[in-house]
Design a protein around this ligand. Structure first.
Ligand code: 5RP
Length: 235
């Protein structure tokens, strides 16, 4: 088990390496989280040295950091295609299905990932798992009016929803879209995640899940001394 500080080094290595995937003239999606911060910092260095790119941020935090670093920005309201998107993950399975949403940004992250020709996950090795939803809960974004109904429906599907609470604010986390996050755990791990995803998406008022199934075609994983590129294993 790695210490937190060594994970930071792995995140830094992998975030910096991801910048090699960005070519001059690209329009890129820029994810959210502590691994992506290192990607943004390296990207900014390259932009200062003449790399011409435009970035579509997935959250206010990412927008602010990019703006502070002089990275030219796109507005997701006005775009429907990107060359590449880079983002972190909370869990990644051997098929490169992922759980995201630890930072509560997964709705916009999924929109940005889905409009990119290539979506690449970046993570340290602790994020690799043999099956999703065993350790890390599955986050879903729910509009306030649906909270209680969504909780009931999630229980009916075998999940245990927990309203995500804010840390330095009283009450629940409010997403950048004005909604709540339910973190779902399972006593019996779900069999077919795509079926579960479709069932969850049918709940009125449940906006988006943190399950990114079949979207990533590549992952850069940071190990102690190296960064490895993983491709999806055929399931
Ligand atoms: C935010 C996310 C993040 O990408 C995910 O939580 C990973 O974050 P980190 O790189 O800090 O471990 O999905 O919604």
């Amino acid at each position: 088990m790695k210490s937190v500080s060594s994970n930071v080094e792995l995140k830094k290595m992998v975030g910096q390496r991801a910048a090699d995937l960005v070519k001059d003239g690209m329009r890129i999606g820029i994810g959210t989280g502590s691994t992506v911060v290192f990607f943004i910092e390296e990207l900014a260095r390259r932009v200062q040295n003449g790399l011409r790119i435009q970035g579509a941020p997935t959250s206010l935090g990412t927008r602010l950091l990019c703006a502070q670093h002089g990275i030219p920005l796109l507005d997701s309201m006005t775009i429907n295609h990107l060359d590449l998107a880079i983002d972190g993950a909370d869990e990644i399975d051997p098929s490169l299905n992922a759980i995201k949403g630890g930072g509560g940004a997964h709705t916009v992250e999924k929109i940005i990932a889905s409009m990119a020709d290539e979506f690449v996950l970046i993570a340290d090795q602790t994020k690799l798992v043999s099956s999703l939803c065993r350790k890390f809960p599955l986050p879903v974004e729910v509009i306030p009016a649906s909270l209680s109904f969504a909780e009931k429906e999630i229980r009916r599907l075998g999940g245990m929803p927990a309203l995500r609470n804010a840390v330095r604010k009283d009450g629940p986390v409010i997403t950048e879209n004005g909604n709540f996050i339910l973190d779902i755990t399972f006593s019996d791990p779900p069999g077919d995640l795509e079926v579960l995803n479709a069932q969850l998406k049918r709940i009125p008022g449940l906006l988006e899940t943190g399950l990114f199934a079949g979207i990533a075609k590549k992952a850069l994983i940071g190990y102690q001394d190296t960064v490895e590129t993983l491709l999806p294993r055929e399931s």
